[in-house]
Write a protein that binds this ligand. Sequence first.
Ligand code: AMP
Length: 284
Amino acid sequence: MSQPMVLNTVADLRRQLARWRARRETVALVPTMGALHAGHISLGTIAKSRADHVVYTIFVNPTQFAPNEDFSAYPRTFADDCAKIAELGAEAVFAPTPAVMYPEGFATTISLTGPATAGLEDRFRPTHFAGVATVVAKLLIQAMPDLAVFGEKDFQQLAVIRQLTRDLDLPITIAGGPTLREADGLAMSSRNVYLSSEERATAPLLQRVLSEAAAAIQAGEDAEHVLNYGRERIAQGGFALDYLEWRDAKSLGLASRNKASRLLVAARIGKTRLIDNVGVAAGV
Ligand code: AMP
């Protein structure tokens, strides 16, 4: 497998994309923070099936981490990441430095209301989505791909990105990819490497509670009762629960049974914060 070309500056990225565009070939972007796992690669597979060329971006974005979060500890595995990208057959990696993304004097922040203030992640990470929105808007504008692929694993983030793409009139299709899971149901995440073996054994509880709660709501049980029972189970399982909520899948506002909806959870175990979500079918 040939190694992907590594592009470190916006000019290099744009030059490469211009070459492809001149041949009327399409480009899909897969933005990541690296430490790639099979979930990230599944997004690249979607990208490959829908565009002529796939570009991964790898950038651990400092502005989406609060000062008390894990920016310095976040796993960085660039050589392994490139090997996985090569195996997939994606051609390029855009890996800017913080100085490329935020040069001296950088002064612009993109902040949203709507899905970014739905009272989920934003309640616990109040500066997070401004960091995400700003960096994703920059990456989309830098590359101007035909398509960009993001994971449903970060469901609120995906809604924020769809919103900003619409609001800023970016002519880019946003695609969502399903969450890839370990055999025991735990959603794959770069942060799973933080888990001790005991915590790792407990972690799949989140997915079990989500899928059982989704089934109970679909079976017509009282949603508040189902949520409270799920919250108790998560707390009793050894997590510090941030939230377990049932929301409309599009707006992230209050859910109703006749529209597609989503159950979303965030909980901490030891030093690690995990998030997950599952769909609840409409018309139940
Ligand atoms: P991250 O590197 O964690 O910022 O994630 C980069 C992209 O991969 C985001 O669009 C995530 O939603 C997506 N992603 C993360 N984990 C998974 C997973 N388990 N399955 C599918 N996509 C994922």
